[in-house]
Design a protein around this ligand. Sequence first.
Ligand code: NAG
Ligand code: NAG
Ligand code: NAG
Ligand code: NAG
Ligand code: NAG
Length: 285
Amino acid sequence: MATRPPRPAELLLLLPLLLLLPSALSDPDDEACLSNLRSSLTDPTGSLRNWTAATFAAPCNGFTSYLEGVTCNNGRVYKLSLTGLSLGGALSPSLANCTNLQSLDLSSNALSGPIPSELSSLLNLAVLNLSSNRLSGPIPPELALCAYLNVLDLHANILTGLIPDQLGLLGRLSAFDVSYNRLEGPIPALLANRTAVAGAAAAAAALPRFNASSFDGNRDLYGYPLPPKRGAGLSVLAIVGIGLGSGLLSLVLSFTAVCIWLRVTEQTALMSGEEGKISHLMPDY
Ligand SMILES: *[C@@H]1O[C@H](CO)[C@@H](O)[C@H](O)[C@H]1NC(C)=O
Ligand SMILES: *[C@@H]1O[C@H](CO)[C@@H](O)[C@H](O)[C@H]1NC(C)=O
Ligand SMILES: *[C@@H]1O[C@H](CO)[C@@H](O)[C@H](O)[C@H]1NC(C)=O
Ligand SMILES: *[C@@H]1O[C@H](CO)[C@@H](O)[C@H](O)[C@H]1NC(C)=O
Ligand SMILES: *[C@@H]1O[C@H](CO)[C@@H](O)[C@H](O)[C@H]1NC(C)=O
């Protein structure tokens, strides 16, 4: 089908939108987002040289941005990608002010501190990649409110606690990676099995929704597609049992050895006959 040229009436409808554009150049929410993010980050290699107060007020000129790592769409910050820049510091909760953000990729830096639960108000977010940093604390269950999330990559951090069950409700998730953290507990069934999300056909293929590589490297995470919980109670008992058993055994053995030795010395003494010899062996007092 050939594309039909827009009718004049449609162009007229677009006109007020075009006139509105200049005011969109300085969005107070984007400005708050960028300036708070900048002040929460350390930048040892000077990658954020252009991230100055002057540019925060007008980071976008339509579709182009003056800021490293920022992509604009119609005057609003739409993509933030600062990867492998040795950035330190924390994630500002004010990232939530970049309300048009669709992709947030701050992977491969040295960011620390928690993942702010405020990110849940980024309702257009499709990509969240915070992998290979030093982020700690729990995975906020509120992230399940970002209903359009396609990619959630949090691998190689030091996140703790459980994987929130709610994340299993993210129906559009096509990439999920929490490997190499310090997570614990059971893997939510909705993340492990396709049945609930993709239907019976996928379930019949007997493939997990996300395979073990999404969960590897967390010592205390268990359940399909990882091995089941280790029988901690039993093995502790077994270890105690083995310990006690071998302790007792060595006690009995050494006791027996001493007894035999005593018996042997006694018998040697008796066999040599004279009591005098025995008394001779005794020290004089
Ligand atoms: C930024 O987000 C906070 C919290 O959602 C809100 O109170 C504030 O009005 C937003 N905008 C600016 C410009 O700070
Ligand atoms: C940073 O600013 C300089 C001039 O101030 C400009 O030449 C350069 O293109 C800017 N960098 C980016 C990534 O926009
Ligand atoms: C997240 O970022 C890392 C490093 O930049 C990259 O290797 C990885 O593929 C990204 N994850 C996804 C799911 O795209
Ligand atoms: C998920 O699938 C595996 C393998 O088919 C199965 O053993 C397991 O019981 C399923 N778990 C749930 C909660 O459905
Ligand atoms: C696990 O899934 C990832 C991405 O979906 C894929 O690249 C990888 O080959 C899978 N690994 C196995 C062992 O199935």
